[in-house]
Ligand binder design. Structure first.
Ligand code: MOS
Length: 755
């Protein structure tokens, strides 16, 4: 692994940590705005039907109400959202059709949030309801091949029947994963402020977002204005995880309402409404068939999946295209179906394809190992591969087994008695399980500006996003490293579409993409600085070859002589040196930055291009089940991970710990319960939507392995934000099998399913 060429500390505490814990960090819904009015949403309690009538008189009569917007006010006045940048093509208030639970029926604006909420409750309406389809198995749900619905190719390779013909042991199993909702601590919100009149009006939207640059363009398109007149600001985001990636219809609606009422307008979506105003992780059903020889070589692997989506959009995650390339299977076959139902369009949620599909694969791997009477780690080692079984392409680096070995050692896997149910502690049965975790090393085009001021301080600007991940800290570190100075001298600005465009903070691409652009901009500043310090007679290093200058520890050095940076700048009469740089990953077209400037995110996926680039890991869990109460406890989780150069072990560790805990949550707790007759969410609050609390979490150990893989970007960075939560659900399910001898293939595995 390439070490930073300086004496920078290995771990850098978050540069914005103090601002966050002291309340000085301004989240979008906290932005102080003069003359602010407040909006509340009226949403449909029916999932499918037609709005026959809506009566806003009682709401409008309430003192302090500015007005109520309904379908009559909005139809045809906002452009339809474009699925992709937008979360859904479903456009509320554009017609009288109702397509899902919680579809917006009206927007109420008032002087205070309390009045708006009260008025929203006074809006009455009549809906001609029809029986909805909730999802799988429901009358009226429409199943289509993903190949037809979304033009997807189902990956496969080799002769699957021949693969099964030579297999000596076969397994076949069905897996189910539930609907999940994000429930970031920070609620969804939009604050829209217009300045100026008519064609000259400018719109600023403060909203937690993972894509300020993309939203600016999509918002401008929906509102029919020039993108140059739109600004999206999200200085801090209180958790995102994909739910704040694509823009929802609400943003343009609130901006439209603000213009309509002639007031800055803020809408904070309630926790309950967030279950339908935002996106969700779709439920899946999967079937795996696997054949292997007695000595543990997989000869055939079939992974079929079905996912529920809305009527309108062919949203899919299709994680069987990830699982199909993970091991050296002989023959591979996959198929993906979509089920259209009367539901909101699902959306990205941390590791969207991997969470459901790698769960199924990694439990199937454990099942096959058990069928072969083989240690599950040995079984994986026997099927480890340096190449993709689908394309024959090489993995740029394959750290899966080193991760298993490191985690197994730290975890104490050798203490595991493989006989299910054999490890006990009084009333508690103990189980140990493990699973692989993977995430593609995605990388996107990005731009950044680095400015060196006369006082020797540095400012980095990029329209990336601080979602709680620590992006500002790693960006500061990258600039500090290139300019060889303490990270404390670097200020980082993100979360504003007026800054140099950066990609969507999704697919764990940000650290690799943005740091690559920042490194280039900082190099450009340094080159510019050295030129200026040597160019004119007044310059302090006049006559020297700029290539002989060094910037080290805040000083300019030229062989023997040196000068403090700020003194050198002053001597040369330099004010500010500012450079903007573009970064285009190899394999993307030269117009990638142009596309980025137009609001798109040209990205090279970890699975595309000449090599397969993945971050990998191995996750282990020990569980205990009480034989009398069936309580499940997870006293220990251990993960070992390889994700290229780790920019900041401190924040990387935090990300991975959070991910492992989310994996526990996926295994044992989280599920959005649906009323299947009504296609509605039942548990739309934090009391009934179960998530782990501190008392549910025991020891969590993270091991970071060295990996030097500079095939993806010059710094050798791979993202790891979505690496930690992928494997833990299977590790825990496998541990439950080890404890009980029973297989649970439907998540979450709650007490009631253990009976
Ligand atoms: Mo992540 S689901 O790519 O924001």
């Amino acid at each position: 692994m390439s070490l930073p060429p300086t004496s920078l500390p290995t771990d850098t505490p978050r540069i914005d940590g103090r601002a966050k814990v002291t309340g000085r960090a301004v989240y979008p819904a906290d932005t102080a705005i003069t003359g602010l009015a407040h909006a509340a949403l009226v949403v449909s309690p029916v999932a499918r039907g037609r709005l026959a009538a809506i009566d806003t008189a009682k709401a409008a009569a309430l003192p302090g109400v500015l007005g109520v917007l309904t379908v009559d006010d909005v139809t045809g006045r906002i452009g339809l959202p474009r699925f992709g940048v937008a979360a859904s093509s479903i456009a509320p208030l554009q017609d009288r059709l109702i397509r899902h639970d919680g579809e917006i029926l009206a927007v109420v604006a008032a002087e205070t949030a309390e009045i708006a909420t009260e008025a929203a409750a006074r809006v009455s309406f009549r809906i001609e309801a029809e029986a909805p389809a909730t999802g799988f198995d429901d009358a009226g749900a429409e199943t289509v091949a993903a190949a037809d619905a979304a033009g997807r190719k189902d990956p496969g390779q080799g002769d699957i029947e021949a693969g099964f013909a030579v297999a000596e042991v076969c397994i076949e199993a069905d897996y189910e994963t539930p609907v999940q909702h994000h429930n970031a601590l920070e609620l969804y919100s939009t604050t829209a402020v217009w300045d100026g009149e008519g064609d000259q009006a400018r719109l600023t939207v403060y909203e937690p977002s993972q894509n300020v640059n993309g939203w600016r363009h999509e918002l401008a398109r929906q509102l029919g204005i020039d993108p140059a007149r739109v600004r999206v600001v999200a200085e801090f985001v209180g958790g995102a995880f994909g739910g704040k990636g694509p823009i929802t219809a609400r943003t343009a609606l609130i901006a439209f309402a603000a213009r309509h009422f002639g007031r800055p307008l803020r809408c904070v979506v309630s926790r309950a409404q967030g279950f339908t105003a935002g996106t969700h992780r779709a439920e899946t059903r999967q079937r795996i068939r696997m054949g292997a020889t007695r000595d543990g070589r997989i000869t055939a692997f079939v992974h079929d999946g079905a996912e529920v989506t809305s009527r309108a959009d062919p949203y899919l995650v299709g994680g069987n295209s990830v699982t199909a390339r993970l091991y050296g299977y002989g023959a591979v076959q996959t198929k993906l179906s979509l089920v259209h139902a009367d539901r909101p369009t699902p959306g990205y949620m941390r590791s969207p394809p991997e969470v459901p599909y790698v769960y199924a694969l990694e439990q199937a791997m454990d099942e096959m190992a058990a069928a072969l009477d083989m240690d599950p780690i040995d079984f994986r080692r026997r099927n480890d591969t340096a190449t993709d079984p689908l394309s024959g392409k090489r993995y740029s680096s394959r750290m899966l087994m080193p991760c298993f070995d490191a985690a197994a050692k730290a975890f104490g896997w050798d203490r595991r008695d493989p006989v299910p149910g054999s490890m006990r502690d009084g009333d508690w049965v103990i189980g140990m399980g493990c699973a692989a975790t993977v995430y593609p090393a995605n990388i996107a085009a990005a731009t950044a500006r680095v400015r060196l001021a006369a006082d020797g301080r540095v400012t980095v600007e990029t329209a990336s996003h601080e979602l709680g991940t620590g992006i500002r800290t790693v960006v500061a570190r990258m600039a500090a490293e290139v300019l060889d100075m303490a990270p404390e001298r670097v200020t980082v600005r993100t979360g504003d579409s007026d800054l140099p465009p950066a990609p969507v903070s999704g697919g764990s691409n940000s650290t690799a993409s943005v740091c690559s652009a920042v490194a280039r901009a900082a190099e450009a500043v340094k080159a510019d600085l050295f030129t200026r310090l040597t160019a004119s007679e007044a310059a302090p290093f006049y006559g020297l070859d700029p290539a002989t200058l060094r910037l080290r520890d805040g000083r300019i050095e030229a062989g023997g002589p040196y000068m403090a940076l700020d003194a050198a700048l002053e001597a040369a009469g330099l004010e500010t040196i500012s450079q903007t740089a573009d970064f285009i990953p190899d394999g993307l077209k030269p117009d990638a930055v142009e596309k980025l400037r137009a609001g798109r995110t040209p990205m090279r996926g970890g699975g595309s291009g000449d090599l397969l680039r993945y971050a990998m890991g191995a996750e282990f869990a020990e569980i205990r089940i009480n034989r009398r109460t069936l309580e499940i406890e997870v006293p220990r989780m251990t993960g070992a991970f390889a994700a290229g150069r780790i920019m900041n072990p401190l924040t990387a560790r935090s990300q991975l710990i959070g991910g492992m805990i989310w994996g526990l949550s996926t295994a044992l707790m989280e599920e959005t319960e649906l009323d299947r007759r009504a296609a509605r969410v039942l548990n739309h609050d934090l009391e009934n939507y179960l998530m782990p609390v501190n008392a549910d979490i025991g020891q969590v150990d993270v091991i970071l392995l060295d990996e030097d893989d500079r095939t993806g970007n010059p710094s050798g960075i791979k993202g790891l934000g979505e690496l930690g939560n992928v494997g833990m659900s299977a590790a825990i399910a496998n541990a439950i099998h080890h404890a009980t001898g029973r297989r649970f293939r439907r998540l979450p595995i709650r007490i009631d399913r253990l009976f």
